[in-house]
Write a protein that binds this ligand. Structure first.
Ligand SMILES: [Zn+2]
Length: 263
């Protein structure tokens, strides 16, 4: 039987790591219903998360969550005991607020801490709280999927769109930058075109050299024969022919004489 896989944990974690600088060790904050689900289904969270992230995790809850669990400890003693063993984030809600309000509040950037994001992953089985938390862009929201698989919810569409816009703003030049860039771009294009033309010209020259065969000597058809030599050779040939003719005629005369004598 194949092991169950999470739907998109790695992909969603990458999104938060790249866009909001989440780094290990990861800080997980649990509410009461998440702890209950985890204990009811014997989920080994450390093992699962190490498999996905190869990183250490720190587990927390808040004073307000613990306060609620204290009031319910007669119903959920195991959950209360487990929560007691976690590190407690001092949410500074002296009067106490509901766990949902508390968790939403702790993830909001605080001016007293320089307005920076904190790096909590909020783990809850409460659907309404999950959807409210996802409206705050930088918060990874986690839950147990199919009872025992740790999952990270997909970032909201609004969050993805904001990130996309920020990226475009970051990488696209503004009007002032465009005025500086445009002439440079034009010049670069012109230089590239000139280089290309030069290259083509050189190539054409090389090809022309290759096609033209190297001349070994003068073309015999293009060279005029010296008139004197030609006439000499013609005379020689005529002389030879003449000699042959006379020899033949002499021979014939001798033959004729012999015939006449015989007759
Ligand atoms: Zn609180």
């Amino acid at each position: 039987m194949k092991a169950k896989k999470t739907k998109g944990f790695k992909k969603n974690l990458s999104f938060y790591r790249i866009n909001f600088s989440f780094q290990p060790p990861y800080q997980l904050v649990f509410d009461g219903n998440f702890i209950k689900q985890m204990l009811d289904h014997n989920v080994d969270l450390d093992k699962q998360l190490f498999k996905y992230t190869k990183a250490k995790i720190w587990k927390h809850t808040t004073i307000c969550v613990l306060r609620e669990l204290t009031s319910l400890q007669h119903l959920f003693p195991r959950v209360f005991k487990y929560a007691q063993g976690l590190s407690k984030i001092n949410c500074k809600h002296i009067e106490g607020v509901s766990p949902a309000e508390c968790l939403i509040d702790i993830v909001k950037p605080k001016p007293e801490f320089g307005g920076d994001n904190n790096y909590f992953w909020i783990c809850t089985q409460d659907d309404e709280l999950r959807s409210n938390l996802l409206q705050i862009d930088h918060v990874p929201v986690c839950y147990l999927f199919q009872n025992n698989l740790f999952e990270m919810a997909e970032p909201s569409k609004t969050c993805k769109m904001r990130i996309q816009n920020l990226k475009e703003l970051k990488y696209l030049p503004n009007e002032q930058e465009k005025q500086i860039i445009m002439p440079i771009k034009k010049e670069i294009k012109q230089q590239q075109a000139e280089k290309r033309m030069e290259k083509e010209r050189k190539l054409a020259q090389e090809l022309a050299i290759k096609i033209k065969k190297p001349a070994k000597g003068p073309n015999p058809l293009s060279v005029k024969k010296k008139i004197g030599k030609v006439t000499k050779s013609i005379k020689k040939r005529r002389h030879k022919i003449k000699n042959k003719k006379t020899r033949r005629q002499n021979k014939q005369c001798v033959n004729n004489e012999i015939i006449e004598q015989n007759s």
